[in-house]
Design a protein around this ligand. Structure first.
Ligand code: PLP
Length: 457
């Protein structure tokens, strides 16, 4: 057993954590996670915790998969690194690019035969910004620079990623967004629908915010629209069925590129290899990361549709962009092993046809709980809205921090669930069985009850 106190002391003395209040951390001490297996993690005190967030939405194949460790070891011993700059390549990168091109379905004539690799979602979205600008430059329309995104979106933490994102807390630090990135509202029915408005009508109205924005800027200045098919870190915001078809109509009408940020949504998370398939979207660029390696090693990238690839390759000359670790052989070998494992165990089909619908069924039962104003699922992501009064759709005062209270109860009860304001969200490993869904639902129920009790006390 590790000496928790000693590690916590060194942690607060030396380690600057991402997205963490260090004052708070120094007082409480970080929870030290020491090992993991299947859907569970353990801390240094020996507590077993059900990880309903797959780490950070990434451990799709579950923890402890020896095949992935073996693939990494073998590749490290064969060729631990070589770059793909200056007309060199490596076998795992070529194999992974080929595999991804096979997995990415063609949609209404749009093919995805090319991949650009990075090591993260943030770097991939930076790549998108540069690629989109390069595309319009090559077509002789350099004035098309503006990228439209959505409030409350998360697209990463680099300057471009955080600017594309619509998190006001991030914009407030570092004078963001950078120029030529603007935001529209999100299709969040619970928060933004008008009284009596149907889901379908709201979906159309929310999509038309995009057209209003395009017209106010001038379509000839707009380069692209970027969005997550289901907004993840913003709180699992699942758009009404009318939303995406209308968005597609609008981008097509104005000739604007569409970027589908699938860092969370791809690789089975929504029951498909790529989420654009589920929503019938025809994107030009698709961002991925996380689930491609089940988080075992950093890898991200952009699936480049033929509309953009053709211009970049045929007219482009050299694209002055790339990362030391683009196409890293070890990361690519682990990704290949992960995708093969997911195919072998039919994890995507399982989520689509079996465990996903079962999770939805079990989540619906939570609507009966006095605290739950809405409970929504899409594949293996789900969100609950905690409310003061269900009938009046009245939310809690922010100062009560109800979501954080609920999260604390989850922690105490051996469950990782994330709080986004008063939305409680999950994204479990795709290996989760029906029995484990039941186990998770019992824990969620217990934590909701404990939160309610605390609020009533
Ligand atoms: N895009 C989306 C939709 C994400 O959810 C994330 C991370 O959560 C990112 C981009 C950034 O990815 P990374 O943290 O790998 O840079």
């Amino acid at each position: 057993q590790q000496d928790t106190k000693a590690i916590q002391a060194l942690d607060s003395a030396h380690y600057l954590h991402p997205f963490t209040d260090h004052g708070d951390l120094a007082t409480r001490g970080a929870r030290v996670i020491t090992r993991a297996d299947n859907i569970y993690i353990w801390d240094s005190e020996g507590a077993k915790i059900l990880d309903a967030m797959s780490g950070l939405w990434c451990v799709n194949a579950g923890y402890g998969r020896k095949e992935l460790a073996d693939a990494g070891y073998q590749q490290t011993m064969t060729l631990p690194f070589y770059n793909s700059f200056f007309q060199t390549t490596n076998v795992p990168a070529v194999q992974l690019a080929t595999k991804l091109a096979q997995l990415a379905p063609e949609v209404r004539g749009r093919k995805f035969e090319h991949v650009f690799f990075s090591s993260s979602g943030s770097e991939s979205n930076d790549t998108n910004v540069r690629m989109v600008r390069r595309y319009w430059d090559l077509l002789g329309q350099p004035q098309r620079k503006v990228i439209i995104s959505r409030q409350n979106a998360y697209h990463g933490s680099t300057m471009a990623g955080a600017s594309l994102g619509g998190m006001s807390g991030m914009h407030a630090q570092g004078d963001l967004p950078i120029p030529d990135i603007v935001h529209i509202g999100q299709p969040h029915f619970f928060e933004n629908a008008q009284p009596g408005e149907s889901q379908a009508d709201f979906g159309l109205r929310a999509a038309r915010w995009l057209e209003e924005k395009i017209l106010s800027i001038g379509a000839d200045k707009v380069a692209a629209f970027i969005a997550e098919p289901v907004q993840g870190a913003g709180g699992v915001i699942i758009p009404p069925a009318t939303y995406w078809p209308e968005i597609q109509r609008i981008v097509d009408k104005h000739g604007i590129l569409l970027i589908s940020d699938e860092v969370i949504c791809a690789f089975g998370r929504l029951g498909h290899w790529f989420a654009y398939e589920k929503f019938g979207i025809r994107p030009d660029l698709v961002t991925f990361a996380k689930g491609v390696t089940s988080g075992y090693i950093p890898l991200g990238g952009v699936m480049v549709g033929d509309r953009v690839a053709k211009v970049l390759i045929e007219k482009g000359g050299e694209f002055n962009h790339g990362y030391t670790y683009s196409g890293h052989p070890v990361a690519c070998a682990v990704a290949l092993a992960n995708l093969e494992l997911m195919e072998r165990e039919k994890l995507v089909e399982r989520v689509r046809d079996d465990t996903g619908p079962y999770l939805a069924e079990r989540f619906e039962e939570l609507r009966g709980h006095p605290l739950v104003g809405a409970a929504e699922t899409c594949g293996f992501v789900a969100g609950l809205v905690l409310v003061k009064n269900k009938a009046k759709r009245q939310v809690f005062d922010e100062s009560l921090a109800v979501g954080m209270r609920c999260r604390a109860h989850c922690f105490r009860n051996g469950l990782i669930m994330r709080a986004v304001g008063d939305r409680m969200i999950i994204a479990p490993p795709l290996v989760m069985t029906r029995e484990q869904i039941d186990e998770m639902m019992d824990l969620i129920q217990r934590c909701l009850d404990a939160t309610l009790e605390e609020l009533r006390a």
